[in-house]
Design a binder for this molecule. Structure first.
Ligand code: SF4
Length: 325
C-alpha cells in the first residue's frame, strides 16, 4: 500500500483546516507499520481516508492512495465498498462497533465471507470455524452460534480479527485495537495480530498512541505530529536512537524496566489545534532545540541512517551536521 502526498482538509466557515498535510508512506506485504502520535495528530484520519470512511466535511484534498499499484482514493463509492471488505480489513478500538449484537457470530462471519467469496452456506461455515480456530477462540464449534455479549472483551476482539480476515485482505487498518482491553489481554491480541499478518502476508497499518504496542508489534513506525510525519523508520532504530526531538521526548516519557531515572521526560505544552499550527516546524513552540529557521521554514523529511526525519537539525549534505551540537 502506498500513500502519496496525502492532504486531508476540513472546510469550515472560518477557513480550511488542514488535518493531514502532505504525508507519504508505504507498507509492504506482511509488514506492520505502527503509526503513533497524540490524539489530533492525524493518524486515525489517515486510516479512515485509506479505508474510504472519512467523515464529511473531511475530504482528501490532494494526493493518492494506491493498493497493489491501483489507485483507490478516487473510486466510486460502490467499488470502494467492495474493495473495503475484500482487500482491506478494519479493526477498531471497540469490538462492539464492528459486531452486530442481534446476530450470532456464525451469521456475521458467514454473511461477510459470502459477500466477498463465492462459497455456499456449508463452505462458508467451515471457513468461519477455521477462522475462529485460527484466532484462538476455544471450542469454536460450540461458540460459533453464540452472540457477541456472550464473549469477553478480548474474545470479541479475536472475533473482529476473524471478521477482518474473512476475505484474506491485502491490508488491515487496526485503529487502537487493544486500547479498550485489559493489559494482559492486549499482549495476546498484539501477538495474534502480528503472527497472523506475517503468516498471511497481510500489510497492517497499526494506529495507536501507545509506544509499548508499537515496540511489541510493529516492524516500522511513523511518528505523526500536527498532521505531518515527524520521523519514520525501523522500529528498533526509532526507539533506540530517536532523532526528531519530538520522538526523543516521547521515548523519554516511557518508563523502562532496569533503567533508573529520577524523573521521566515531559514535553512541555500541547500539540497545537488545527487552526493554530505555527509556521515552519509545527513542533517549534515546544522544541528545546528550536532555531531561527524552524519558525519560518517547514522541514522536509530527509534520510538519516535507515530513518527519515523532518527536522532542521538534520539539514545538510551529511544529514547529521547539526544534530550533535
Ligand atoms: Fe525542533 Fe527545529 Fe527540529 Fe522542529 S525543525 S523539531 S523546531 S529543531
Amino acid at each position: 500500500m502506498s500513500v502519496r502526498n496525502l492532504r486531508i482538509e476540513f472546510p469550515t466557515r472560518r477557513g480550511t483546516l488542514v488535518a493531514v498535510d502532505d504525508i507519504s508512506f508505504d507498507i509492504s506485504p506482511g509488514e506492520i507499520l505502527g503509526v503513533v502520535g497524540e490524539s489530533g495528530a492525524g493518524k486515525s484520519l489517515t486510516g479512515a481516508a485509506i479505508i474510504g470512511l472519512l467523515e464529511p466535511p473531511g475530504r482528501i484534498a490532494q494526493g493518492e492512495i494506491l493498493l497493489e499499484g491501483r489507485r483507490i482514493d478516487n473510486l466510486p463509492y460502490e467499488q470502494l465498498r467492495r474493495i473495503r471488505g475484500r482487500q482491506i480489513g478494519a479493526i477498531f478500538q471497540d469490538p462492539l462497533t464492528s459486531l452486530n449484537p442481534l446476530y450470532s457470530i456464525s451469521r456475521q462471519l458467514v454473511e461477510t465471507i459470502q459477500t466477498h467469496l463465492p462459497l455456499n452456506d456449508r463452505e462458508a461455515r467451515t471457513r468461519a470455524l477455521a477462522l475462529l480456530d485460527e484466532v484462538g477462540i476455544p471450542s469454536a464449534g460450540e461458540r460459533i452460534d453464540h452472540y457477541p455479549h456472550q464473549f469477553s472483551g478480548g474474545m470479541r476482539q479475536r472475533v473482529v480479527i476473524a471478521l477482518a480476515l474473512c476475505a484474506e485482505p491485502r491490508l488491515i487498518i487496526a485503529d487502537e485495537p487493544t486500547t479498550a482491553l485489559d493489559v494482559s489481554i492486549q499482549a495476546q491480541i498484539i501477538s495474534l495480530l502480528k503472527g497472523l499478518c506475517h503468516e498471511h502476508g497481510t500489510a497492517v497499518m497499526l494506529v495507536t498512541h501507545d509506544m509499548g504496542v508499537i515496540a511489541e508489534a510493529a516492524d516500522r513506525v511513523a511518528v505523526m505530529y500536527s498532521g505531518r510525519i515527524a520521523e519514520i523508520g525501523p522500529v528498533q532504530e526509532v526507539i533506540r536512537t530517536a532523532k526528531h526531538p519530538y520522538t526523543h521526548g516521547l521515548m523519554g516519557s516511557i518508563p523502562l524496566i532496569g533503567h533508573h531515572v529520577k524523573k521521566l521526560t515531559q514535553i512541555d505544552g500541547a500539540m497545537p489545534r488545527l487552526q493554530e499550527i505555527p509556521a515552519g516546524c509545527p513542533f517549534n513552540p515546544r522544541c528545546e532545540k528550536v532555531m531561527d529557521c524552524c519558525r519560518v521554514e517547514r522541514p522536509n523529511l530527509q534520510t538519516v541512517q535507515k530513518s527519515r526525519v523532518a527536522c532542521h537539525l538534520f539539514d545538510g549534505a551529511d544529514g547529521e551536521a547539526r544534530a550533535g551540537e
